[in-house]
Design a protein around this ligand. Structure first.
Ligand code: NAD
Length: 495
């Protein structure tokens, strides 16, 4: 049983999200108008609350509120130091309520409580503090001018305006806080559309943004389905910027929707990232990191290392270590102590993942461990396929579940290893395990991915994050993440 303290935290979280949530527009919580959407706990398949089902009218009201807030001098002319202070206060409030927010995330998304505390809340606090630092550092540059005369030439970064933030369910709080704080740091105002499958922590964030003192309308939240609320937001002519994280298929449809108004778009999409383990790797570190790189958050991670290439000479040792690690993971409801792997988000997602397991077997890969798991919740055990081949569906397509496809390499050249790792329509991340500096540099330079990690994993907010190829467009994090919510202006003053 969980400790009394943990029970009390979960009781508070349940009570907090049990109310029927309406949209949050212009600083006011509205009543639900349409048929509400029921939100389920993926560990129990039981309802935890309801959210409003947003439509075009709701999006219109939210965009209008965000526009008024953008033009309101209390926001538009707010001194940079004041905006920074508010963001830092928001980070403090998230930290203050961290346990309860983590419990909400666990009930809503399914991730184990310890992961919610670290992945959801810890990452959110770091992201908000990091982005707050850019408010006073988003400087332009002075540019020497060559046309005749005396000129002062310089650039500025100006907020784009009203930003539509559309987020997925797999790490909702961290992703939402990162986008919201980058947009606010740039001076934009926001209409947020949380994922209908895990909207609760985004709604809690709205309360904290208000408490932090941001003027009404700076952050508006409209909940609802992607095909209605999301699509209406994307096509709204009052939106200046769309920042989307989700599947590649939805990203493509958003890009088409944005074409009409030439709305600026950033897309963080899917992945099929490779881990490559060389014979000189530190296996003590590599085995748990590679395992958690695919089993962490039940594999529902865009940057999951879902294709693994292991050198022949260490293959058996490595795979035995991975399987032992996988066997030790405790699959169950995230609010239970000792659970290290939660459920998948929904029944369709579980069916999809198990469909891939069947496809892998049918295509001739060897199922080393895993597959289905018992429970009313949507559990799937850590799953490893060996003898996977490059043309198999389990190697080519993003599964978004705890399914690892393992391949071997031997004495081929580094160029050939790079070619095999790059053999994907995606290009989000790659993980290299080697002690050899030349190998590390050759791989880092050859890989067509937005990020490469050598001898490690994890998120660093100071480094840009995003995809090559069909993994996305643009970058989050780093200076680029805040700049993405700005437009560059050039000024020439003759004197
Ligand atoms: P999804 O594309 O189904 O949904 C994401 C969001 O888009 C949800 O809020 C949804 O309601 C909304 N949406 C759906 N259809 C829409 C439409 N036509 N117009 C506007 N909005 C619409 O993705 P998902 O299943 O929630 O998330 C999983 C995907 O997200 C995976 O492919 C994963 O790789 C990707 N992801 C990427 C990153 C990254 O940073 N690259 C991070 C996390 C997840």
């Amino acid at each position: 049983m969980p400790s009394t303290d943990t029970n009390a935290i979960f009781d508070r979280a349940r009570a907090r999200i049990a109310r029927p949530f309406g949209h949050f527009i212009a600083g006011t919580w509205e009543d639900q108008r349409n048929e509400p959407i029921e939100v389920l706990n993926p560990a129990t398949a039981q309802p935890i609350g309801t959210i409003a089902s947003g439509d075009t009218d709701d999006i219109d009201r939210a965009v209008a509120a965000a526009r008024r807030a953008f033009e309101n001098p209390s926001w538009a002319k707010m001194p940079a130091a004041e905006r920074e202070r508010m963001l830092l206060r928001l980070a403090d409030l998230i930290e203050r309520d961290g346990d309860e927010i983590a419990a909400i995330e666990t009930l809503d998304n399914g991730m184990p409580f310890a992961a919610s505390r670290g992945m959801a809340v810890g990452a959110a606090v770091s992201a908000v503090r990091y982005n707050a630092g850019w408010v006073r550092r988003m400087t332009g540059e002075e540019v020497p001018i060559s046309v005749p005369g005396r000129w002062h030439g310089y650039t500025t970064h100006e907020p784009l305006g009203v930003a539509a933030l559309i987020v997925p369910w797999n790490a909702p709080f961290g992703i939402t806080c990162n986008k919201v704080s980058a947009a606010l740091a740039a001076g934009c105002t926001i209409v947020l559309k949380p994922a209908e499958l895990a909207p609760m922590s985004g709604l809690r964030l709205a309360e904290l943004v208000q408490e932090a003192g941001f003027p009404d309308g700076c952050l508006n939240v409209v909940t609802g389905l992607g095909a209605t609320a999301g699509a209406a937001l994307v096509r709204h002519p009052g939106i200046d910027k769309i920042s989307f994280t989700g599947s590649t298929a939805t990203g493509q449809s958003i890009l088409r929707g944005a074409a009409e108004s030439l709305t600026r778009v950033s897309l963080e999409l899917g992945g099929k990232s490779a881990s490559v383990v060389f014979p000189d790797a530190d296996l003590q570190r590599a085995i748990p990191a590679v395992a958690m790189g695919i089993f962490g958050n039940s594999g529902q991670v865009c940057a999951a290392g879902s294709r693994l290439f292991v050198h022949d000479t260490i293959f058996d040792r490595f795979i035995t270590g991975l399987a032992e690690f996988g066997e030790k993971l405790v699959v169950g409801p995230g609010d239970q102590p000792g659970v290290t792997m939660g459920p998948l988000i929904s029944a369709p997602q579980k069916a999809r993942v198990l469909g891939y397991v069947e496809a892998g077997k049918a295509e001739g890969a060897t199922l080393l461990m895993g597959g289905d798991a018992e429970g009313p919740g949507y559990f799937v055990k850590p799953t490893i396929f060996i003898n996977a081949q490059p043309e198999m569906q389990i190697v080519r397509e993003e599964i978004f579940g705890p399914v690892l496809s393992v391949m071997r390499f031997s004495n081929e050249s580094l160029d050939e290893v790079v070619r095999r790792a790059n053999d994907s329509i995606y290009g989000l991340s790659a993980y290299i395990w080697t002690q050899n500096l030349s190998t590390a540099h050759a791989m880092a330079s050859g890989l067509r991915t937005g990020s490469v990690k050598v001898n490690g994993s994890g998120m660093e907010f100071a480094l840009p994050f995003g995809g090559f190829k069909q993994s996305g467009l643009g970058r989050e994090n780093g200076r680029a993440g805040v700049e993405a919510f700005t437009e560059k202006k050039s000024v020439m003053i003759g004197y």
